[in-house]
Design a protein around this ligand. Sequence first.
Ligand SMILES: Cc1ncc(COP(=O)(O)O)c(C=O)c1O
Length: 406
Amino acid sequence: MIHDWMNMFSDNIRNYGGYSIGKLFALLRDPEIISLAGGLPSPDIFLKEETRIASHNRLEAEIETIMNYTPIKGEKALINAIIEFMKRENVKLSEENVLVTSSGQHGLDITGRLFLNPGDIVMLDRPTFAGAIVAFQLENPVFVGIDIEEDGPNVAEYRKKIELLSQEGKKPKFIYVVPDFQNPSGITMSLPKRDALLDLSYEYDIPIVEDSPYRDLRYFGEPISSLFEMDQKRGGNNVIGLYTFSKLFCPGVRVGFNIGSEEVITKMTNIKEGNVLNTPKYNQDLCTAFLTEMNFHDHIEKCKKYYRKKLQVFLNTMEECFPPEMGVTWTKPEGGLFLWVTVPEQINTKELFYEAIKFKVAFVPGEVFYGENSSNNHMRINFSYATEAQLAEAVKRLSACIKNQL
Ligand SMILES: Cc1ncc(COP(=O)(O)O)c(C=O)c1O
């Protein structure tokens, strides 16, 4: 009989708590609560009938291979469809540059395993995607965060910090960014900042991990080239791209893909062999069908129209319910699923979360989105899942709750 399991666990894992958002979500079972907390796409626009048909056809035609082990790197048909899909982005790939993953989160996990020894430095934005923080934390790195501004991370600060680290004989293993409609802030990195970040990457030989689940969900303004495309154009191989089918197709299939230089993808494939081995063929086949049979161009346009309206409802109600004297500010994203609200400093949003539940509204307290030195007066808001009427009502409840605190 083992009495002290804790002592048996690895040093890395003993203090590892996983995704703290999950624990908060457990408090949201009351159906009267309007939750702006999750990152869920809306099932209203899932391609349900198309997926039923694709599912039926695949099961009829390929039941034996679906039920078996399949190649670690991914189904050839899906890899080819991904190569075509990325041509829209002016990204040129061959099979050697693509690894199918079992979701964006899996892609992050593989990336952390590939680069990080305990104590290695990861540079990332403040705030950044909490799921990336917990994925990398499995390897016990040191996070160095750089504040994000209205047009993306403060690249001059990235440079300063890297120079300082270099004087101490240290070098970050990689820089992790979500350039388009970042989760959690909704902020998009400007073109000059993308260029400047690439300059930095070339000067100091530091890979950039570009995590890009939301690129296609742009509701306002003009698209900006991905770092991956810009790197290719400049003749580099410094950027690793992480993609997922979760936000455009559906998260239930748990399929994504990592792209990068052949050396990177080969090693990532070795890592995948040691963790999930292969991504289920059935799930991959549905993604292939999404890219080749479901008219995804139309679908993306529908998603954009649908989410744009929700974002507008949310922003309009914010204007009505948060007069300037309340001291509350918020980002105005051009796409994606999230925005970032900042409340006066005396309010701690973790404490506010429990108050907000009494007002039957929920958000994610901002502190989980910091790799280090967290800030306590922010909240992440998701506007894709609740209905338009719920969004407007949620903002009213949030405003009442915050007024009560001031
Ligand atoms: C920036 C970012 N990366 C990765 C993911 C993970 O996506 P997936 O659901 O495919 O694991 C998400 C999901 O919210 C995300 O926002």
